[in-house]
Each structure stands twice: as structure tokens, then as C-alpha cells.
Ligand binder design. Structure first.
Ligand SMILES: Nc1ncnc2c1ncn2[C@@H]1O[C@H](COP(=O)(O)OP(=O)(O)OP(=O)(O)O)[C@@H](O)[C@H]1O
Ligand SMILES: [Mg+2]
Length: 520
């Protein structure tokens, strides 16, 4: 089924409905991205499944989200069913063999897969703002919060860290505003309320440690097949913003972590973005621009991104233009918007003189699609009306028992199951608050001297690297003594932190990439 350097998608048909030729996706163009679209029930998930199978067999790891639970069967061996065998016969796929694929199940909620987490620090201000649907004013405050944390070496691991930092910012809004820009207490308050909502929606499980290591979704098996990471997304879909933000974070991580490889023989990883409209829905313009940029640049890191969605209009034009490998299933054309989608889809193909794309798109059967992939020096092949091959793995979900078994023997079993709560902003700030309370009595004496300090009413925490530990006030002696302690605490925290969550040296701000993830 796997030709040299190619992945078999299906067999195209001639106008007289006989077989034309096999259609392939060339692995060397696998990082030139792709698009799978079609109305509901037309065969998108099965197409995703056979593409994932093909990449896995070619040794390419795959990451995909399982939105309806019906993709999980890729972890089980397929069964001969009449309609599948019929399709196989029709396209000349003989023998039609069955296969089980190396699957790693993941789940943000830890129910249907290994836990996936990241830290607030790693997610960054842009995506966090998106996750909270922040207003401009709130986004401004979130940016300041990250500036404070990044420059101060305060690891923001989970939601309570972020809450603690926001408390600190609220209490010291006056002093911090003069250094970082205006911090509105009202915005701080509304972000805090928004965080509580996120927490109630279960997002707290997603933030913390151990954070997902990208290398764990880039595994291959001993027999040279790429692992297929399947993210359980049925429950996650009830919180579409978390789903969209999570996948964007993954993309952002891949982009920041992976080295440049130019144009490899085959992709390093293929990333399927199912229900892609959720990513772009109501997304602010700047985010869409950044996504467009990441999609464009991630190609040279060997990552292929495949968007799966019902309507090609769901994907912004600038992104659409970069998707080289296309599988267009049937679309309906009742409403004007649907008609526009058909036209858009038809216009993006290199025409085939044998048929009119727009007409055919509305007439395609289930599991049939217009296919065009990159060929030659990277130009799109002429569009062909293609019957997609049936999967070798199971069509439909795995049972709970099968899932358990697969998880039990997974290479990441046990690595992500337990939460680790190491010292981070919450602990550091809480310890400082305690310390501040303990020394409050001692400070009474110095109170008159310190009255000139803007933050005198609030907590006495200082942050390193901003000069506020060495105020130009007459009280310099006292804070200096305390700042020694704080430097140590933060240095300690930094030592305990993995290098990625804090700056490698104090006073050096963390560097963030296009989508706001940490640069490594
Ligand atoms: N390549 C194929 N070979 C054989 N049968 C197929 C193929 N593709 C799709 N089918 C049949 O069509 C059904 C629906 O396909 P699929 O689940 O992929 O649709 P979908 O576009 O993902 O739908 P939804 O939008 O509801 O998720 C499958 O369960 C299967 O019975
Ligand atoms: Mg589907």
C-alpha cells in the first residue's frame, strides 16, 4: 500500500466510472500542509484515519484530535465488513489487509488517555487572553502579568499561581502601574472572575506539571512506525475555546521547540486540526495573523498541518493558500453561503478538463472526494475524482477495555498520571506574604521612613530586576536586607524549575515566540 516515498489515498475514476489511477500523497510534500473538507457524514474522519495510517506506516508520528470518539478505532485492528471489502475491490486494493496502529491516547481530563498539561508560563499571554476571551483592557493586564513573571523569574505553573500574581498586582496596582503601564483594578478583578469560570470548566486540570514534552508525541516504534497520538476531544469540545487554544498551544510549542530541517524526505510530525473552524471562530485579527505565520514557518521544521473542517470558508484565505494537499468531500449547495463555499473549493483546484469541479463537489458519494496533492517540484496535481481507500484499522471506536489496555502498554504510561506541585508563583508569593506579615511589627519602626513609598499600604513584596528592591528612598537599607532573601528564594525556585519555565539567569527576561510560547 505504501509505495516508495508515497502514501496511497485512493483511486481516481474516469468519466465512464472505471478506475483511472491510484492517487498518492508524496511524503516529501507532507510538510506542505493539507486540507480535508466536506459536509457532515461525507467521509472526513475516515480520510483522516487513512492518512494517519499511511503516515504512521511511513515512520511519521501523527497527532490528531478525536472529536466524536470514532477515530479511536485506529488503535484496533480492522474487521472485514461488506461495504469496506466492496470499496477495496472497487479500487483494486488487493489484498485488503488489516492492521493495528501504535496509538497513544491523550486526554486533558485524564479520563480517556494520559494527562496532557502545560503551564501558564508556557502558554503565554496571547493564548491565555484568547482562552479567557479577554477584552483589550484585560489583555493589557495579562501582558503586564507575564512581564512581571517573566522578568522576575516567577514560575506561573497553574491557575492558582496566576491568581496569586493577580492578587499581588491588584494590591500593588499603583506602584506596579508606574513601572509597567496602567493596571486597572477592575480589569484585574474581571480576569480573576474569568479564571474562576475556567477552573469550574475543568481547565485547572490542564494547567500544571508535569507539562507535556513534545518529544512524547514524536515517538516511533521499534519496527519503525510513527506513533499516532489521539487526543480525546469529545468532552473538550464542550469548551470550544479551550479546545482551540490547546491545539494552538501545541502548534506553538512544536514551532518553538523543533529545529529547522528545511525540506525533509518525510515530515517529522503530522498534525491534524479537526473542527478547525473552532480555531478561527471570532479569533482576533492579530491571532489569525500569527497562526498564518506559524503555519507558514513550521513547514521548515518538518511539521505538516492538516486542517479538517466542514466548510473551506472556515479557514482564512491566507492560511488556505498554504495548504498544498487537498481532499474535498461532498458539499451541499442550498444556501448562498454554501454555494459560495462550493465555488471557493472548486476555484482552488487545478482544473480537470473531464469535469466541472463545482458540479462534481455537490454530487460526490460518501467516501469519495476531489483530490489534489503536490507533485513534481511542488505544484498541485490536476484534481481527480477519487474513491478514498477503506481503513486498515477499525472503523469506529475502541471499547473502554481496549483503551485501558492500550494505555497500559503505552510508552508514556505512568509519566503524566500524577500532578506535581513544585514551588511556583503561588508558593513564592504566599511565602513572601507570610514573611511580610512576620516582619510587619519590625517594620512599624521604619514606617515613618517608608511612608514615601507608593506601596506602603499593601504587601511589602518586591520583585527582582526592576530596581524596586533598591528604592531611591531613605529606607534603602531595610528592603536591601529583604531583597537578599528574596533573590535567594527566587534563585532557589529557578533552580527547581525546569529551565524552560524561568529565565536562565535572573534579570534576563524570558523570550516569547510568535504565538507567545517560550523560546528555547
Ligand atoms: N473511504 C471510505 N471507505 C468506506 N466507507 C467510508 C469511507 N469514508 C466514509 N465511509 C463511510 O461513511 C461514514 C461516515 O464517514 P465519516 O465518519 O468519515 O464522515 P465525517 O465527514 O467525518 O462526518 P462528521 O462530519 O459527522 O464527523 C463512515 O462511517 C463509513 O461508513
Ligand atoms: Mg467526522
Amino acid at each position: 500500500m505504501l509505495q516508495d516515498g508515497k502514501l496511497y489515498i485512493g483511486t481516481s475514476r474516469k468519466p465512464d466510472d472505471t478506475n483511472n489511477k491510484p492517487e498518492y500523497l508524496e511524503l516529501k510534500f507532507g510538510n506542505r500542509h493539507g486540507l480535508v473538507t466536506g459536509a457532515t457524514g461525507t467521509g472526513k474522519t475516515v480520510t483522516l484515519q487513512i492518512l494517519a495510517e499511511g503516515f504512521s506506516n511511513a515512520g511519521v508520528p501523527v497527532f490528531c484530535a478525536d472529536v466524536k470518539g470514532d477515530l479511536s478505532g485506529i488503535g484496533a485492528i480492522g474487521e472485514a465488513k461488506d461495504f469496506l471489502q466492496k470499496r477495496a475491490d472497487q479500487i483494486g486494493l488487493t489484498p485488503y489487509e488489516f492492521q493495528q496502529f501504535p496509538v497513544i491516547f491523550w486526554d486533558l481530563y485524564g479520563e480517556k488517555g494520559h494527562r496532557v498539561r502545560t503551564t501558564i508560563s508556557e502558554m503565554g499571554p496571547l493564548l491565555l487572553s484568547r482562552l479567557m476571551n479577554a477584552t483589550d483592557a484585560q489583555e493589557g493586564v495579562i501582558n503586564i502579568a507575564f512581564k512581571i513573571a517573566d522578568q522576575g523569574g516567577l514560575p506561573l505553573l497553574d491557575l492558582k499561581d496566576f491568581q496569586a500574581l493577580l492578587n499581588y498586582m491588584g494590591e500593588n496596582a499603583g506602584a506596579l502601574s508606574s513601572q509597567f503601564g496602567f493596571i486597572s483594578k477592575a480589569s484585574v478583578g474581571s480576569i480573576q472572575r474569568e479564571l474562576l469560570i475556567l477552573e469550574q470548566q475543568g481547565a485547572e486540570q490542564f494547567f500544571g506539571e508535569p507539562a507535556l514534552k513534545i518529544s512524547d508525541i514524536m515517538r516511533t516504534t521499534n519496527d519503525g512506525r510513527g506513533a499516532i497520538s489521539v487526543l480525546a476531544a469529545d468532552k473538550l469540545m464542550m469548551n470550544p475555546r479551550l479546545y482551540g487554544t490547546f491545539l494552538l498551544w501545541m502548534l506553538s510549542e512544536l514551532f518553538e521547540v523543533l529545529p529547522e530541517v528545511g525540506d525533509p524526505d518525510k515530515p517529522k510530525l503530522v498534525f491534524f486540526f479537526d473542527e478547525a473552524h473552532l480555531l478561527f471562530n471570532e479569533a482576533p485579527k492579530v491571532l489569525i495573523e500569527r497562526v498564518e505565520q506559524v503555519v507558514r514557518l513550521i513547514r521548515s521544521k518538518g511539521v505538516g498541518v492538516y486542517f479538517v473542517t466542514q466548510n473551506p470558508l472556515d479557514v482564512p484565505e491566507t492560511v488556505l493558500a498554504q495548504l498544498g494537499n487537498r481532499v474535498q468531500h461532498a458539499l451541499r449547495a442550498y444556501t448562498p453561503r454554501e454555494q459560495k463555499a462550493v465555488k471557493t473549493a472548486a476555484d482552488t483546484f487545478r482544473p480537470n478538463p473531464d469535469f466541472d469541479c463545482a458540479t462534481v463537489i455537490t454530487n460526490l458519494g460518501t467516501g469519495e472526494a476531489l483530490v489534489s496533492t503536490l507533485e513534481g517540484k511542488g505544484s498541485p496535481s490536476m484534481v481527480e475524482r477519487t474513491l478514498i481507500r477503506p481503513p486498515s484499522s477499525r472503523l469506529g471506536p475502541v471499547t473502554d477495555a481496549e483503551r485501558k489496555e492500550i494505555m497500559g502498554v503505552s510508552p508514556v504510561a505512568g509519566l503524566y498520571d500524577e500532578d506535581v506541585d513544585r514551588e511556583s508563583a503561588y508558593e513564592i508569593l504566599t511565602a513572601r506574604a507570610k514573611k511580610a506579615a512576620e516582619t510587619a511589627a519590625a517594620q512599624q519602626e521604619a514606617a515613618t521612613q517608608e511612608a514615601s513609598q507608593p506601596s506602603s499600604g499593601g504587601s511589602r513584596w518586591t520583585l527582582p530586576g526592576f530596581g524596586d528592591e533598591e528604592p531611591a528612598s531613605p529606607s534603602a537599607a531595610k528592603p536591601k536586607a529583604r531583597s537578599g532573601y528574596q533573590r535567594e528564594t527566587i534563585a532557589e525556585a529557578a533552580m527547581k524549575s525546569v529551565a524552560r519555565t524561568v529565565a536562565s539567569s535572573l534579570g534576563r527576561a524570558l523570550v516569547r515566540g510568535i504565538l507567545g510560547s517560550l523560546r528555547r
